[in-house]
Each structure stands twice: as structure tokens, then as C-alpha cells.
Design a binder for this molecule. Structure first.
Ligand SMILES: Cc1cc2nc3c(=O)[nH]c(=O)nc-3n(C[C@H](O)[C@H](O)[C@H](O)COP(=O)(O)OP(=O)(O)OC[C@H]3O[C@@H](n4cnc5c(N)ncnc54)[C@H](O)[C@@H]3O)c2cc1C
Length: 334
């Protein structure tokens, strides 16, 4: 634990610094020494490693901000690049509904037992980590949650502890996916119980994620309550559509995003099995990059079972441009 630059266990202080809040440390900590209180990462004094010299190191073995993150950028390995849209009805889809179609198919066919993702309370826009095993419910979780409120991975721990799922897919931002890939590749024995359960990593393209409290304050200044919001989208600015037909354009300023995002170099979720985003495809489609044979298998299963349709992308140039832009902006500070 002494290697962690971000969490001072002795003083119970979260040194926000580069920490993304991906919550992998709290998810894998066997003693639950590291935990979240609302949106704050906390630590109690029960770290076995720190106090009793019992070898653990689970948290530092998979923290995406230690050692590895500077190498994670660019387009990454790509087996296939496609524009994909769901053919099942996905009313709240963010782009083409392809992510929903892929995980819907995987659960429906019994390829996986559950999906770990992020849900959102409609009245408050507060997010929560959740594991869903009913394909019809998966469809209701479509849409992007651009604000960060709670740790995204805690449901992974719960579902494994409950013993109700053998194989799980996780949807996450690039930092979350980097953490899970690191976990899968780690030889730390404490992490073994997680490894066999993680079947598929779906990463979303990500420029940044917004701090909940700051975003809500900016919306309040414009007379928008979280419960008024029908849809959020990011173009150059944040576009907020309300149920009563208003559209607010909120410029993306430094203060809106979470501090840990400033050090992230990874736009395209290079460690995922499947990466997904809106840019690079026409309206109504999701850009899907498969990076591993696992990713290929799950995408083609959704296509072959009629849950989605896709066409090959002619070019990945625009995705590379976005990836380079994020790298250039954030590499200076790392
Ligand atoms: C924080 C964030 C920033 C993004 N920034 C960009 C960007 O700059 N450029 C770009 O091209 N694309 C970006 N995306 C991806 C884009 O918004 C869509 O998620 C993607 O195109 C897939 O669309 P879809 O219609 O296939 O997904 P849908 O079928 O709508 O399904 C989305 C799935 O992702 C899950 N999900 C939503 N938000 C989160 C979250 N925060 N954490 C974990 N799971 C989540 C949902 O629960 C749902 O299961 C971003 C996504 C996120 C979460």
C-alpha cells in the first residue's frame, strides 16, 4: 500500500492527483479498507499489508495510474472497424445502440450471465454501479452517463461475492478498462477470484467525464434541474435537451471535468475487447472497434443472431485524430 501515490491510508486522505476514481482499488481490496463514501474515496486503518505486513498489494497491482497509463493512447490494436446499429428496439440509445445489442445478445444466448455497467437516477442524475442479468432490463440502461457520482465497479465485486454470475461483461470508460486489463494480466494471487469471471471488456471512447457536483451547479445557474433533462450529448459543448423542449449548450470548461481525467491519454479504450463511440460513423450508428478475438466473437454473435447490423468503416482517421488530440492535450501534464 505504501506505493500508492493517491491514497494516504494512515491519514485517511485521498490525494486526488491522478486518481480517476475508477474504483478498482475499492473493488479488489479484500479487507474493504478502501471504500467509497458517496463520491469520496476513503480508507480505514485496517490495511493488512500496512499494519500487519501480510502480503496483499491487490490495489496497486491493478491501479491504472501506476506504471502503465503513459503507454495507453492512440488507436490501439484493431482487428475490425465497423459502423453498427441495433436492430432490436433501444429507445434510449446514445449512438446506434450497438453496445446494448451486443450485451443483450450475449446475455440472451447465455454467453455471459450479467453486465456490469453504470445506472443513473432520472430525478437526480446520480450514477450507481449495477450488475444486470435480465436482457430486457439491459435495454433500459442504454444511453451515456456523462457525469460521475459513484464508483463504477463496485457491482462487479458484489456479483462475484454473491456467486450469482459465472461470466460477466463490463462496460467502462478507458480508465476502468485499463484497470481490468491490468487485473487480468496480473500475477497477484489476491486478484485470482476476479479473473475467471471477467469474460468481456467493452470500453467507450472518452474525452473526459464530468464531476457531478460541478455539473449540477452549472445546470442550476441556467435554471435546469437534473430531473428536467431528457438527454445529454457531447459535441464541441455539452448539449442538454429537456423534457419541455429546451436545449442548453454548456461550454466544456476545465472546472467541469474530474481532475484525474487531465492525466488520461487514452481516448479509444485501447485495452478493451470492443471499443465503442459515436465519432467515425454516421448518425444512428455506433463505431465499433474489435481488438481481440473475444471482441470479434461477441460482435459477430450479435450480428448473426439479428440483434445488430453493421458495415465496415472506410476509415478510422477521425478516431485517430480524436485520440491524438486527447494525447496532445493531456501528455503535457503527466
Ligand atoms: C463518459 C463518457 C464519455 C464519452 N465520450 C465520447 C467521446 O468523446 N466521443 C465519442 O465518440 N464517444 C464518447 N463516448 C461514447 C458514446 O457516448 C457512446 O457510449 C457510444 O457511442 C456507444 O453508443 P451506443 O448507442 O452503442 O450505446 P448504448 O446502446 O446507448 O449503450 C450504452 C451502454 O453503456 C453504459 N454506460 C453509459 N455510461 C456509462 C459509464 N459512464 N460507465 C459505464 N457504462 C456506461 C450504459 O449503461 C449502456 O449499457 C463517451 C461515453 C462515456 C460514458
Amino acid at each position: 500500500m505504501t506505493d500508492c501515490n493517491y491514497l494516504d491510508l494512515k491519514n485517511n486522505v485521498w490525494n486526488v492527483g491522478l486518481c480517476t476514481g475508477c474504483s478498482i482499488c475499492a473493488t479488489v481490496c479484500p479487507m474493504k479498507t478502501i471504500y467509497f463514501d458517496g463520491d469520496r474515496l476513503m480508507a480505514s486503518v485496517h490495511c493488512k499489508n500496512e499494519k500487519d505486513c501480510v502480503p496483499c498489494g491487490a490495489c496497486v497491482s491493478c491501479c491504472p495510474r501506476l506504471d502503465t497509463y503513459k503507454d495507453k493512447h492512440g488507436l490501439g490494436t484493431v482487428i475490425s472497424a465497423m459502423a453498427v446499429r441495433a436492430t432490436i428496439p433501444v429507445s434510449k440509445k446514445q449512438s446506434g445502440g450497438a453496445i446494448t445489442a451486443i450485451v443483450y445478445n450475449a446475455v440472451k444466448r447465455g454467453l455471459i450471465d450479467a453486465v456490469v455497467t453504470v445506472g443513473q437516477d432520472h430525478a437526480t442524475l446520480q450514477t450507481y454501479s449495477t450488475a444486470i442479468s435480465d436482457p430486457e432490463r439491459i435495454v433500459t440502461y442504454a444511453g451515456t452517463k456523462y457525469v460521475w457520482y459513484t464508483p463504477p465497479l463496485l457491482a462487479l465485486r458484489s456479483i462475484i461475492e454473491q456467486g450469482t454470475a459465472r461470466k460477466v461483461a463490463v462496460i467502462g470508460t478507458p480508465c476502468v478498462i485499463q484497470a481490468l486489463r491490468k487485473l487480468l494480466e496480473s500475477d497477484n494471487e489476491v486478484l485470482t477470484r476476479f479473473k475467471s469471471h471477467i469474460a468481456l471488456l467493452i470500453g467507450v471512447f472518452c474525452t473526459e467525464i464530468f464531476d457531478y457536483a460541478t455539473t449540477m451547479a452549472v445546470l442550476a445557474e441556467r435554471g435546469v434541474s437534473p430531473g428536467d433533462i431528457r438527454r445529454m450529448d457531447i459535441k464541441k459543448d455539452i448539449i442538454v435537451e429537456t423534457y419541455d423542449g429546451r436545449e442548453e449548450t454548456i461550454p466544456i470548461t476545465e472546472r467541469l471535468h474530474r481532475p484525474g481525467c487531465d492525466a488520461c491519454l487514452d481516448f479509444a479504450a485501447v485495452d478493451a475487447d470492443i471499443s465503442a463511440g459515436s465519432i467515425g460513423s454516421d448518425e444512428g450508428y455506433t463505431t465499433i472497434l474489435t481488438r481481440t478475438h473475444t471482441g470479434e466473437f461477441y460482435l459477430h454473435s450479435a450480428l448473426e443472431n439479428g440483434c445488430a447490423q453493421g458495415v465496415p468503416l472506410e476509415s478510422t482517421k477521425l478516431i485517430e485524430t480524436f485520440a491524438q488530440r486527447k494525447y496532445r492535450k493531456n501528455a503535457k501534464g503527466t
